[in-house]
Design a protein around this ligand. Structure first.
Ligand SMILES: [Fe+2]
Ligand SMILES: [Fe+2]
Length: 289
């Protein structure tokens, strides 16, 4: 029996219990990573189908890292330009506004995990997996009656909760909690990352439409608001594991999974995705620089 006079503190807690209890959220001011400058504007712009090329050029021009990345992409073998592209205007037109938007949001996500002290190899791998999943999600969305640009975003954000959990593990001592062992961290990452990801989206003020597919990307049937978008996120993540996109390879049969049928993936569609996947994943590699 714990004496009534003894008040539980974080020191009494295992890291996993501290995470599961949600009490770490009381330290959200220090725990939650800041979104990079411009990120909210970039995410909103990426969801806006009517955004003008001029507005995209203006946003790219404000960010030197982004500007260099878009010009590099325009001059890459991928875009096969016949002449050298030296201005942002030319580069945006050459690359196309859809792909530029993807590069903008991918760059935001990659810069989030740039602090290797906090996120280490696992963080970089998580971001690479998220960017690959984003390209797969936008591809799957087209056959599932969902918006490709939006699917790119929830694909990009689907595992973002893992980043915060990795950070909270590395900083455990700061909150008076013993750092977790590898097995404890792995178990909590699997169990809690979707919930923590949805929490991050709220904290960052990102559009509520992105919440359901992030929260339910492992259990799309549980999604209340947007089950079809959650199914797209689910299928894109499983496909990322089919191709080993910075994650464990999973040798499963998509055609035996009813969620794949739900997003319109039959044997012909799967053969087409298998054919297109290497090109999509090559684009994902270009996006993160
Ligand atoms: Fe996940
Ligand atoms: Fe994932």
């Amino acid at each position: 029996m714990v004496p009534l006079s003894r008040v539980a503190t974080a020191v009494d807690l295992e890291w996993s219990d501290w995470i599961r209890s949600g009490s770490w959220q009381q330290s959200a001011d220090t725990a939650v990573p800041m979104l990079p400058a411009n990120a909210q504007e970039i995410f909103l712009l990426a969801m806006d189908p009517d955004v003008s090329t001029a507005r995209i050029i203006s946003l790219v021009s404000k960010d030197p890292v982004l500007a260099v990345r878009v010009v590099q992409l325009a001059n890459s073998a991928f875009c096969a330009s016949a002449y050298e592209i030296t201005s942002i205007n030319q580069a945006v037109v050459r690359v196309g506004t859809g792909l530029v938007r993807n590069v903008m949001t991918s760059t935001c996500m990659a810069s989030l995990a740039a602090d290797t002290h906090l996120y280490g190899h696992q963080g970089r791998q998580c971001i690479a997996h998220c960017i690959g999943t984003a390209y797969l999600a936008s591809f799957v969305a087209e056959g599932a009656g969902e918006t490709a640009a939006e699917a790119f975003l929830y694909g990009l954000l689907h595992d973002v909760g893992k980043l915060l959990l990795i950070k909270l593990a590395g900083e455990a001592h700061r909150y008076g909690v013993a750092p977790p062992g590898d097995d404890e961290l792995a178990e909590v990452l699997t169990e809690q990352h979707s919930r923590v990801g949805a929490y991050l989206l709220r904290q960052w003020g990102l559009p509520a439409r992105l919440m359901d597919p992030v929260l339910w990307h492992h259990e799309p049937d549980a999604a209340q608001e947007r089950p079809q978008a959650a199914a797209v996120a689910y299928a894109a993540n499983r496909l990322a594991h089919r191709y080993g996109v910075d994650c464990e390879l999973d040798d499963f049969d998509p055609l035996a999974d009813p969620h794949f049928a739900r997003v319109g993936i039959d044997s012909a569609a799967l053969a087409y995705i298998d054919l297109k996947a290497p090109g999509l994943l090559e684009m994902a590699r270009h996006s993160k620089g």
